[in-house]
Design a protein around this ligand. Structure first.
Ligand code: ZN
Length: 275
C-alpha cells in the first residue's frame, strides 16, 4: 500500500462557528490551522473562502490571501474548493485563479439538508467538463468528489474526453444526509471501490458520524483519508472537536496502529503524479 495521504478539510462553506467555535472562518485563522494540521501530519488542506461575516463565498482574492499565507509558512498541498451550494457556477471556477496545486471537482448533483432546509447543489455535465478542462490547462490536479456510484459515469465521461491525467484522484464523499447521498458504511465503501476505473487513487471522506469509521476503513482498504471540521464538528458523541489538528492527530495515530505510514506533502505529490 502507498503511504497514507491525510487531507484536512478545515472550514467548508455550510456550517460555521455556530456549530463549533473552533472552526476557522477568516483567512488568518485558516492559515494558522493549515500550518498546524500540516505539522500534525496532513499532506493536503482543503479550503473554502468565507466573507467577513463567515458566509461561504467564491472569491479569488480571499483564496489567494489564504494560499499565499500558507505557502509562505509551509509546503502543504493546497486544494481549493470549486464547490459550494448556492454559489453561482461562473463564480465557483474563479478559485482556480488563486493557483492552487489541486482543486475539488464535484462530479454530479446532490441536495443537502441543512437546518431543515434543502440546499440544492447542481453540477451539470457541461459544467464538470468545463471545470476539468480549465484544471487540465492550468495543471491543477482535480480531486473528483463522488457522492454515490452513479457519479462514476461522469468520471468515465471525463476519461473518454481526455480531460484527466493519471492517476485519477477520486474522493468518495460518504454519508451525506440528503438526496444523492450514499451510506457511510462498509458495504457502501466496498460498492464505491468496485466502481473505480483502472488508474485511480481514492480518498474517503465521511460526513458527520461517518467520519471516524470511514477514516479507519480507508486506512485498511488502501485508500487515503480526509478529516476536519468541514465534515464533522465532533470529536466523539457529545464532545466537540477542539481543532482540525486534533482530528488529524487521531488519523495519524490510527494509521500507525494499523501499520500504515503517513505520507509527507512531497510523498503525496509523487503518489498523485503532481509535479
Ligand atoms: Zn469542501
Amino acid at each position: 500500500m502507498d503511504k497514507l495521504i491525510i487531507t484536512a478539510a478545515l472550514t467548508g462553506g455550510i456550517h460555521g462557528k455556530e456549530a463549533n467555535p473552533a472552526l476557522p472562518e477568516q483567512p488568518d485563522e485558516i492559515i494558522r490551522e493549515a500550518v498546524r494540521c500540516h505539522e500534525a501530519g496532513a499532506a493536503v488542506v482543503h479550503l473554502h473562502a468565507r466573507d467577513r461575516s463567515g458566509k461561504g463565498v467564491a472569491d479569488a482574492r480571499i483564496f489567494r490571501e489564504m494560499n499565499d499565507g500558507i505557502r509562505s509558512r509551509c509546503g502543504v498541498i493546497i486544494q481549493n474548493t470549486t464547490g459550494g451550494p448556492g454559489l453561482p457556477i461562473d463564480k465557483r471556477i474563479t478559485s482556480l485563479d488563486a493557483s492552487p496545486e489541486m482543486a475539488s471537482l464535484n462530479m454530479g448533483s446532490v441536495v443537502f439538508f441543512h437546518q431543515g432546509k434543502e440546499l440544492p447543489f447542481i453540477n451539470l455535465r457541461s459544467e464538470i467538463e468545463a471545470f476539468a478542462s480549465a484544471m487540465l490547462e492550468r495543471k491543477i490536479k482535480p480531486e473528483m468528489e463522488v457522492y454515490n456510484p452513479s457519479m462514476f459515469g461522469e468520471v468515465e465521461n471525463l476519461i473518454k474526453h481526455d480531460l484527466l491525467s493519471r492517476p485519477y484522484y477520486i474522493n468518495f464523499v460518504m454519508g451525506v444526509g440528503g438526496m444523492g447521498g450514499y451510506p457511510g458504511t462498509i458495504k457502501g465503501l466496498v460498492q464505491m471501490i468496485e466502481h473505480l476505473p483502472p488508474g485511480a487513487v481514492f480518498n474517503v471522506s465521511g460526513i458527520g458520524r461517518a467520519q471516524l469509521p470511514m477514516n479507519t476503513m480507508a486506512i485498511l482498504a488502501g485508500g487515503h483519508a480526509r478529516t476536519g471540521l468541514e465534515d464533522c464538528v465532533m470529536y466523539r458523541r457529545g464532545e466537540p472537536a477542539k481543532s482540525n489538528a486534533q482530528l488529524v492527530e487521531r488519523v495519524v495515530r490510527l494509521a500507525r496502529e494499523l501499520g500504515r505510514e503517513v505520507a509527507t506533502a512531497d510523498e503525496a505529490r509523487n503518489i498523485l503524479g503532481m509535479g
